[in-house]
Design a protein around this ligand. Structure first.
Ligand SMILES: NC(=O)c1ccc[n+]([C@@H]2O[C@H](COP(=O)([O-])OP(=O)(O)OC[C@H]3O[C@@H](n4cnc5c(N)ncnc54)[C@H](OP(=O)(O)O)[C@@H]3O)[C@@H](O)[C@H]2O)c1
Length: 189
């Protein structure tokens, strides 16, 4: 039974031309060096409280593999001790107890399993999974952080989206780093 309080968010950072990674998966361009004088700074206490309010993460297997490679390079694990659900049909290494693998019907998994247990459910990529999440009508909100760079080609924020999805702009924030964070609510028919 779905929890009516539950909320599904898709969040990623993208280049101005809408790519979340280069075609080969590299995200070296995420480090930018812009400065926008009128922008906000990210207050660490706010970030901590914000992350605390997320109850679980969902990601595709390729994003999981990127997270594992970052960890192997000493860059840490971004998801703390929150449950992380990795969508995959393969047998992948499970490096911590908080990671769980799922394959099968994604709509049933989100609506029956996740929504009944968690309030704030975050889809954190990649493009295949966020496209699937939006296409299946599972998302309530899209958080899109635009970085001050154009990379020309790559993996799209929403891969293989085969229909229009109307959105409502709910929030916009510009940061000193030149990043613009957009929050859109998904408009239900
Ligand atoms: N800029 C950002 O904020 C950001 C955020 C996240 C990721 N990224 C980057 O994006 C790239 C990965 O994105 P991507 O679009 O290529 O891949 P992805 O969405 O991370 O993963 C796609 C894979 O997940 C599995 N999958 C998807 N839907 C499934 C379902 N319903 N059930 C079971 N398995 C499912 C399939 O793999 P199997 O073969 O395992 O079944 C599929 O090939 C990486 O380079 C990553 O670094 C960037």
């Amino acid at each position: 039974m779905a929890n009516t309080d539950s909320h599904v968010t898709i969040h990623m950072a993208a280049s101005l031309d809408g790519f979340i990674a280069r075609k080969d998966g590299r995200v070296d361009w995420l480090e930018t060096s812009d400065e926008f004088a009128g922008g906000d700074t990210l207050d660490p206490a706010f970030v901590e409280a914000f992350l605390k309010a997320i109850d679980c993460y969902v990601m595709g297997s390729r994003t999981y593999q990127t997270a594992l490679s970052f960890e192997a390079k000493g860059m840490g694990w971004s998801y703390g001790d929150k449950p992380v659900f990795v969508l995959t049909s393969r047998k992948l290494p499970r490096t911590r107890d908080t990671v769980e693998f799922h394959s099968g019907d994604l709509a049933r998994f989100v609506n029956d399993r996740l929504r009944s247990t968690f309030r704030s459910i975050w889809f954190v990529g990649g493009g295949v999974v966020s496209g699937e999440c939006l296409r299946l009508g599972l998302a309530d909100e899209v958080r899109y952080s635009i970085l001050p760079i154009v990379i020309g080609d790559g993996i799209s924020f929403f891969e293989k989206l085969d229909r229009d999805v109307a959105l409502h702009l709910a929030e916009i924030k510009a940061y000193k780093s030149g990043m613009v964070a957009l929050c859109y609510e998904v408009r239900r028919k």
